[in-house]
Design a protein around this ligand. Structure first.
Ligand code: AMP
Length: 369
């Protein structure tokens, strides 16, 4: 049974690695000939819009999924048309919604999921009106194609607003309040063929420069877990979803404000490979193939540290007891996620002590939440 993956980044690579024990084969599509999943699975090299290659994916795969949120939704819809109609999971409607911050916020509002206060912005005058309505400080964000903090500018003064407009104004935008959050969390869950769901323990996330640096799980209070899981279930049900879905939140004064959704396996869920009974990657495959979902309970207390820019010497990382290393085989570049480390401990205090040592060794200047 062959699973097609549109996008062959590290997420596609980890999906393939999770699928081989189940006897699955994979076929990926990516514009980059050296994409990480291409080292472990056959890769079709070409644009995401290449009709010929999309038709081949549809022909050769039982089901097609994607590993990047900016894959053109039209490409996935095209897969459903041809002579051999491919099954696409998760639903392209969820991908399309997540690609536009305004649509995403409107969906959250419709489903009764709290968000930041925001306004759509399509002119300098509209930005000034948005600032009046929402207040400062705020963040101006591109509606589309933003990830890892790209396409964003913080606005604290009117002068900064003008600069932000000059920087980003060529694309449709959204202005939202800056949230002085207590912490950031994400919730990850899977919905299977018959509407059954599993939800992982809440993740506590620390970002630097808009990029995820550290995740610890389980995290937060039972109330946060219940709230986040209930919001996730609403989005899963809304889309008749199949696969893994992630919601990210700001936590402020005990309230969860949804920041964004990712209709795919997520960086804040990498800890589940070693730290949960079934990894997010395996559960995504189980869900899209109509197999029973696996238990999502934590095996202990996990920390995941992203390796950004370059891979430190592997031996140095592995010299720390209990540290697992994932090297995505990517070329080093500033700000690029090239790998991650995970550790699992029997207690939260033990996990934090070991995570602190690992962060110090890696010279990652973040605090454990
Ligand atoms: P995003 O691309 O929207 O996920 O933003 C990346 C990161 O930037 C978030 O995880 C936050 O750490 C920070 N950020 C984005 N928007 C806001 C906001 N409105 N208030 C505070 N921090 C934000």
């Amino acid at each position: 049974m062959t699973v097609g993956i549109v996008g062959a980044g590290q997420l596609g690579r980890m999906l393939a690695l999770a699928g081989y024990p189940l006897g699955l084969d994979f076929l990926c599509l990516d514009p980059a000939a050296d994409a990480p999943a291409g080292r472990v699975a056959p890769l079709l090299t070409g644009e995401f819009t290449d009709r010929r290659l999309l038709a081949r994916l549809a022909r050769e795969c039982e089901v097609v999924t994607f590993d990047w949120e900016n894959v053109p939704a039209a490409s996935l819809r095209a897969l459903r048309r041809g002579a051999r109609r491919a099954r696409i999971c998760p639903p392209p409607a969820a991908l399309a919604c997540g690609q536009d911050r305004v649509n995403e916020k409107r969906l959250f509002a419709r489903l009764g999921i709290p968000t930041t206060r925001w306004r759509a912005v399509d002119s300098h005058a509209a930005l000034l009106r948005a600032i009046e309505g929402v207040g400062m400080p705020g963040v101006l964000k591109t509606r589309r194609l933003g990830y890892d903090g790209k396409g964003q500018a913080v606005v604290r003064t009117h002068a900064e607003a003008t600069r932000a407009w000059e920087l980003l104004g060529s694309a449709p935008l959204l202005y939202e309040e800056w949230v002085p959050f207590d912490c950031e969390v994400s919730i990850i869950g899977a919905r299977g063929a018959h509407g059954e769901t599993v939800v992982y323990p809440l993740c506590g996330n620390v970002h630097g420069d808009g990029i995820l640096r550290l995740t610890v799980a389980p995290f937060g209070t039972p109330r946060w877990q219940r709230l986040a899981a209930a919001y996730l279930e609403r989005v899963l049900a809304h889309f008749h979803y199949r696969g893994i879905l992630t919601l990210e939140f700001f936590v402020r004064g005990g309230r969860l404000l949804a920041n964004e959704m990712a209709p795919r396996v997520h960086n804040s869920g990498h800890w589940t490979i070693e730290g949960a009974q079934t990894s997010q990657f395996e559960n995504h495959l189980r869900a899209i193939l109509g197999l029973p979902l696996g238990a999502s309970a934590a095996r202990g207390h996990s920390a995941m540290v992203n390796l950004i820019g370059h891979m430190p010497p592997r031996a140095e990382l592995l010299a720390q007891p209990g540290v697992h290393v994932h090297d995505y085989g990517k070329r080093p570049r500033p700000g690029r996620k090239v790998g991650h480390c995970t550790l699992v401990a029997p207690t939260a205090a033990g996990r934090d002590a070991r995570a602190r040592r690992l962060l110090a060794r890696l010279a990652v200047g973040v605090r454990i939440p």
